[in-house]
Design a protein around this ligand. Structure first.
Ligand SMILES: Cc1cc2nc3c(=O)[nH]c(=O)nc-3n(C[C@H](O)[C@H](O)[C@H](O)COP(=O)(O)OP(=O)(O)OC[C@H]3O[C@@H](n4cnc5c(N)ncnc54)[C@H](O)[C@@H]3O)c2cc1C
Length: 377
């Protein structure tokens, strides 16, 4: 005799198995929330494997308040997420998973063996041991809200989910899986997208003082953003690297990110009026109207799902109940130093905690509907 099977939705479909998606799944497992991770690449965490030249600077050993003070425009939106899941809690979490860690003099945290794979494996082991279903090599192609929950479509099958967490990342390094699908789904569901800009990227110059030093790295060098009237708007001391295209390294990256945010907040300011002064090896190279490298090479995407349409207390869409966001898909970004992975982890945790506590409106919406008839197979 055939046994009657019930069609039941998964409580949470996590779309994207990168930093935010893996962390979300780990939190869901801990909170006993039935979930599934759906990842378009053949393995989880492709971008995480590339972080910090394969070493993975996953956090900075600083307080939540210092973290929020450092990140700039997104601070208000992520404040609750970060206070509940501060960098030191993330560090303690990896320690509790048995990952040996290394703290640099500037408080940046890495796995002790210097291998990003150690972090990805820690997630993989945890999720496998917890029995979380992992669907890899499986791009999600669409999200359709239903009266109760969502239909999550992939190329080969569809899945019914009560809640969906979009954790599909930004749009840089598209070969690593982050191609902007999640932003497209969000836009199809009525969300506004803040235009993309590269964040944390090198600046082009053909200055001979740079090109003749190609391949050389200079620690403790100063890069400064200077306004048209000569005022120094921002300064960062860190590494400056000479590349074939121009300058890179943490000091340059952070200046470039500062300029992008500055241009966004002060529309009267033009990029061509800004100067970056890079001081290294007893030279001071001035880049007037600095030209960033292309977005596809950026460490982080500035722009994405607009924050005023997402509830910062739950990470739930204000437009589509039961739809959540975490990580770089959102218009959030931080400087170099582990801030972006911490942002992905903390927002992912907030989203899953909202599903767990039932504080989100998607749960209320589900409860208010009679479940669809559950037929026999
Ligand atoms: C070269 C490089 C170095 C970096 N170094 C650091 C560092 O040292 N420290 C730091 O804090 N940050 C670093 N970052 C930034 C950091 O990696 C990202 O901010 C972070 O990974 C964002 O996490 P996420 O989960 O939002 O996105 P991702 O980690 O990009 O994950 C998104 C996932 O979603 C999947 N996906 C996309 N579309 C679909 C779909 N349709 N269906 C299913 N799955 C889909 C993708 O394949 C991907 O696996 C670095 C970034 C780069 C590119």
């Amino acid at each position: 005799m055939r046994r009657a099977l019930k069609h039941t939705p998964v409580r949470l479909a996590i779309v994207g198995g990168g930093a935010a998606g893996m962390f979300a799944a780990a939190v869901a497992a801990e909170r006993k929330i039935q979930c599934v991770v759906i990842e378009r690449k053949a393995r989880l965490g492709s971008k995480v494997l590339m972080t910090a030249n394969g070493r993975c600077n996953f956090a900075k050993d600083i307080s939540a308040e210092q973290f929020l003070a450092d990140i700039g425009p997104a601070a208000q939106f992520v404040a609750q997420s970060v206070r509940e899941c501060p960098p030191r809690k993330i560090i303690a979490g990896f320690k509790s998973l048995g990952v040996p860690l290394k703290r640099m003099a500037d408080a940046r945290m890495f796995p002790a063996d210097g291998k990003a794979a150690t972090i990805v494996h820690a997630f993989g082991d945890l999720l496998r041991e917890s029995g979380v279903p992992l669907l890899t090599n499986c791009p999600v192609t669409g999200i359709q809200p239903q009266k109760t929950g969502f239909i999550v479509a992939t190329k080969n099958f569809t899945l019914w989910a009560e809640n969906v967490l979009l954790a599909t990342g930004g749009v840089s390094y598209p070969k690593l899986g982050s191609v902007g699908d999640g932003q497209r789904f969000a836009a199809e569901l009525g969300h506004s997208l803040v235009p993309y800009r590269p964040g944390l990227i090198g600046l082009e110059t053909s200055d001979a003082r740079v090109t003749r030093r190609t391949g050389q790295r200079f620690e403790d060098s100063c890069a400064r953003v200077v306004a048209p009237d000569g005022t120094a708007l921002y300064e960062y001391v860190g590494e400056i690297d000479c590349e074939t295209f121009g300058l890179s390294g943490a000091a340059i990256y952070n200046c470039q990110r500062f300029i992008e945010h500055c241009l966004r907040e002060r529309p009267a300011l033009e990029a061509c009026d800004i100067t970056v002064e890079a001081s290294f090896d007893r030279e001071c190279v001035r880049l007037k109207g600095p030209r960033p490298r292309p977005l596809k090479e950026a460490i982080v995407t500035i722009g994405g799902v607009a924050l005023d349409e997402v509830n910062p207390a739950t990470m739930e869409s204000r437009k589509v109940p039961g739809l959540f966001f975490a990580g770089e898909i959102l218009d959030i970004d931080g400087p170099t130093g582990g801030y972006n992975l911490t942002l992905a982890f903390a927002t992912a945790r907030r989203a899953v905690e909202s599903v767990a506590s039932g504080s989100c409106s998607g749960v209320a919406r589900l409860a208010s509907h009679v479940r669809p008839a559950q037929g026999d197979l």
